[in-house]
Design a protein around this ligand. Structure first.
Ligand code: ATP
Ligand code: MG
Length: 366
């Protein structure tokens, strides 16, 4: 890898996507003296605070050229940026993480194959590209003898694009219910709980991980992240190694979220990777309040070629998402002196929409 000079303060960070993750990246970039330009196809909270923004479709190459001319590096806050847009930009300006990470993360079957080819355990799965694959997948499922989950290969988030499959006989109906689009059937895993690793990889290849939070979901949406997770230290180290292995294999630069199922110490495979997120991750929001350097700052440090900051945690933390009308309670939340309150400034609360988060800190216990 060529040693590129770090970007100096006043350089412009280009961010694809204008949501809350972009907003928190803009804030972190500003702390280091950078300016940010946001490219989005719609209004989002990051547009309120970025130094400049462009609104346009993500596949409008002329508009992307205009964006490329205005920035020194490009990153993104969501994994569904069209790969063609990232590749187009990468011919003009560094794009970090690179388009390869997007290509892998955008398609669940590619992602699962990529991870298991690295020798990293994932839930048993069968890729279903079309109705012709259903018979083979039903046979695979019959061998599992447990229910499965069918997930569309592309564009799923917050549990959307998923259907439970009780047994092989239900597979065809589940496939049809998701629109008969390419999908992945996964064995339902009886995990103890879920954790995620927020790994960060610098331009020079150095790696660091935050302590892995324990995550709870409700209705397919992340509700709570807790550190320490209660996972034994050796397993926590394994989890960090797994995330580092994936980041290195992707020649990744920036923060990478790796979601994992923890099956318990006694299991032959205590950790299974569920999926990766090539970006800062909701389960890492507690790092803003419980660490010297947040995931957002470390992402900015990595993509600008700066040395990584410390990922050390100074407090225990519990992060809770404010979803939909949860955020209407802001007067009470603001009055609770034990909470760090983060409101994203979205104009309208809709069911399932992430409006903010709160982090409760406690003195470090472990
Ligand atoms: P998100 O955007 O929240 O990460 P997603 O739509 O990308 O969600 P997944 O992360 O694959 O989808 O699944 C959402 C949640 O559903 C998981 O965090 C987990 O709680 C549950 N789940 C997914 N796959 C399995 C599985 N194979 N076995 C058991 N539970 C699962
Ligand atoms: Mg997930």
């Amino acid at each position: 890898m060529t040693a590129a000079a770090p970007l100096a303060p006043h350089s412009v960070i280009g961010i694809l996507g204008g949501g809350q993750l972009a907003k928190m990246l803009v804030q972190a970039a500003a702390e280091l003296g950078f300016r940010s330009a946001v490219y989005s196809d719609d209004w989002g909270p990051a547009l309120d605070i970025a130094a400049s923004h462009l609104i346009g479709p993500y596949d409008n190459l002329a508009r992307l050229d205009e964006f490329a001319r205005a920035v020194d590096v490009v990153t993104y806050e969501f994994e569904n940026v069209p790969v063609i847009a990232a590749e187009h930009l990468a011919r003009r300006v560094p794009v970090r993480p690179g388009p390869q990470a997007l290509r892998v993360a955008q398609d669940r079957s590619t992602e699962k194959a990529f991870i298991s080819d690295l020798g990293i355990p994932v839930a048993p799965f069968a890729a279903i590209r079309d109705a012709g694959d259903l018979a083979a997948a039903s046979k695979t499922m019959a061998d599992w003898k447990v229910p499965g989950i069918l997930k569309t290969s592309r564009l799923g988030y917050d549990g959307k694009g998923q259907a439970g499959v009780a047994g092989p006989d239900d597979l065809a109906a589940a496939f049809a219910s998701l629109g008969s689009v390419p999908a992945v059937l996964e064995r339902r895993i009886d995990f103890a709980f879920e954790i995620s690793v927020l790994a960060v990889r610098a331009l020079d290849g150095s790696l660091a991980c935050y302590d892995a939070p324990r995550n709870t979901h409700e209705g397919g949406i992340l509700r709570r992240s807790l550190v320490p997770s209660g996972v034994p230290a050796v397993i926590e180290a394994q989890a960090c190694n797994v995330a580092g292995h994936i980041a290195t294999a992707l020649d990744y630069v920036g923060v990478l979220g790796v979601e994992m199922f923890y099956l318990g110490e006694q299991s032959a495979t205590p950790l299974l990777v569920n999926e990766i997120a090539p970006r800062v991750h909701n389960s890492g929001h507690w790092t803003m309040d419980a660490c010297a350097v947040s995931q957002f700052e470390n992402h900015i440090r990595a993509i600008t070629g700066w040395p990584l900051g410390s990922t050390a945690r100074h407090s225990d933390a519990e992060m809770r998402n404010l979803i939909g009308h949860d955020a209407d309670d802001w007067p009470a939340l603001a009055a609770d002196r034990d909470l760090c309150l983060h409101l994203y400034g979205k104009r309208e609360a809709r069911p399932g929409r992430k409006m903010g988060h709160v982090t409760r800190l406690a003195p470090r216990s472990a």
